[in-house]
Write a protein of this length. Structure first.
Length: 200
């Protein structure tokens, strides 16, 4: 899998274009800002967008969606719990547990509530990568004090889902740089506080 990251806005949100091994198809993940850079990348590489995947509903991860969907005939994917509060149309309502296909590579949808009720991560086991939105970053976790955030849900997500991820899995978050879970287990104090607290 080829991964291109584009950073935009005051919050420096990450959006991604992920491309199949054949190089012909792609998914766009969390295009929050700068729709032109996504359009140019897809056009320059002559890619076919299969869909726009949203990890959650916040504007810094969805702001460019409507411009892109006017240019491309491809569906927008969002968890149903976030779709209810997002003002734009959703084509595919996610639940968690779905599998998407990117040129023969499996993309798994994992429901990871905490930052929002319908937050999801997109896992590509073959490439050993996961796009985590605002659930987990390299050095901390997503906020849980916004309207539909939940500290209790976040703790459950960390303990029951993310702590089971292997050390060689590389996370690509919604803000900041990518890193492996091995690094997360060394430097992410918020993650460690939850995990270590659950083992007492």
């Amino acid at each position: 899998m080829d991964i291109q990251r584009f950073i935009g806005g005051n919050l420096e949100a990450n959006g991604y274009v992920i491309t199949s091994r054949s190089g012909g198809e792609c998914f766009i993940i969390d295009p929050g800002y700068r729709p032109g850079v996504f359009l140019r990348d897809v056009e320059t590489r002559k890619l076919k967008p299969l869909g726009i995947l949203l990890t959650h509903h916040h504007d810094d991860h969805t702001g460019a969606v409507n411009r892109l969907r006017r240019e491309w005939d491809c569906p927008v994917y969002l968890h149903r719990l976030d779709a209810y509060v997002w003002p734009s149309d959703v084509d595919v309502y996610l639940e968690g547990g779905e599998t998407l296909d990117l040129g023969g590579e499996e993309i798994q949808v994992i429901h990871t509530p905490g930052h929002t009720r319908g937050g999801v991560c997109f896992m590509a086991p073959e490439s050993r990568v996961c796009f985590t939105g605002d659930t987990i970053f390299n050095v901390d976790l997503g906020r849980t004090d916004l309207d539909d955030g939940s500290p209790e849900d976040m703790e459950k997500t960390i303990r029951e889902i993310i702590d089971r991820w292997p050390n060689d899995l590389r996370i690509y978050p919604g803000h900041g740089d990518d890193c492996t879970m091995k690094t997360v287990r060394k430097i992410n104090r918020e993650f460690l506080e939850i995990v270590e607290g659950g083992r007492e």
